[in-house]
Design a protein around this ligand. Structure first.
Ligand SMILES: [Zn+2]
Length: 264
């Protein structure tokens, strides 16, 4: 069954149809991107409330969607793994609510997630994760920690502000610094980067490679498929307002326009 049929099935109604479609779809890996979580009411576009996240994870479990470690996206992109419909879960920026709200639900379902962090922010104030929280999550085997640069810059702004040589040095330090901090603190390879704000271009991608990264993740609303570029691997931002139909559409890795937008 192709994606068009899956989409049609979901629109026609119901999880029973979705379940059958998922089992037969040969999709790619849909990488879901979260930021903050809130136990009550969402306070920003990219904050997902805990009940909504719990419902989304329960939906994945009840539909037998495979949640895979993000690293497995590399074999898929390189064409050395079979193409099946899988999902990877990521959370950016190292917010403390990843520990208090997201992690217990991951545990409940035994789902893996990758955290992209800015190491200098860890342990700063009450909003961010602490290193002991990160260590505890790592020990569960359900969490991986990867770099998101040191200070979460907007590289377009910095490029306009700095000389070309200064920008290159800044870029190198932002990427290598965050890799080094994670490796020295946690002993992890820290070789998968997430681009701040999803901003990347050829210069940035070359810098990531030079710093020792083997892949980098952006945004872009499509699934990772064989041939997806190593340093611009797409992810989907998940929003609090995503209804069940849109969430199912994300999971299916559908690259076309969202049905809700198409019908409006
Ligand atoms: Zn970020």
């Amino acid at each position: 069954m192709n994606r068009r049929t899956l989409l049609g099935g979901l629109a026609a109604g119901g999880l029973a149809v979705a379940r059958r479609a998922n089992a037969q779809t040969t999709g790619g890996m849909a990488v879901l991107t979260y930021h903050r979580f809130h136990p009550g009411v969402s306070t920003s576009a990219t904050t997902v409330s805990t009940p909504v996240f719990a419902t989304q994870m329960a939906w994945l479990a009840s539909n037998h969607v495979t949640v895979a470690p993000l690293r497995s996206s590399l074999a898929l992109a390189h064409g050395t793994a079979g193409v099946s419909t899988t999902v990877a879960i990521t959370a950016d920026d190292g917010w403390r609510s990843v520990y208090t709200e997201m992690f217990p639900i991951l545990r409940q379902h035994n789902f893996h997630a990758t955290l992209f962090i800015n190491p200098p922010a860890i342990g700063q104030g009450n909003a961010y994760l602490t290193w002991p929280m990160i260590t505890e999550m790592l020990k569960s085997g359900l969490v991986d920690v990867q770099p998101h640069t040191q200070t979460h810059p907007n590289f377009n702004t910095e490029r306009a502000r700095l000389t070309p040589a200064a920008f290159q040095a800044y870029l190198d330090q932002e990427i290598a610094g965050s890799r080094g901090a994670i490796t020295s603190r946690l002993g992890l390879p820290a070789d998968l980067l997430a681009w701040p704000f999803g901003i990347h271009d050829a210069q940035l991608e070359a810098a990531a490679q030079k710093a020792g990264c083997i892949a980098a993740y952006a945004l872009g609303s499509s699934a990772i498929m064989p041939g997806s570029p190593d340093f611009a691997l797409p992810r989907y931002q998940v929003y609090e307002t995503d209804n069940q139909a849109r969430f199912a559409w994300l999971v299916a890795g559908n690259p076309r326009q969202h049905p809700k937008k198409a019908s409006s």
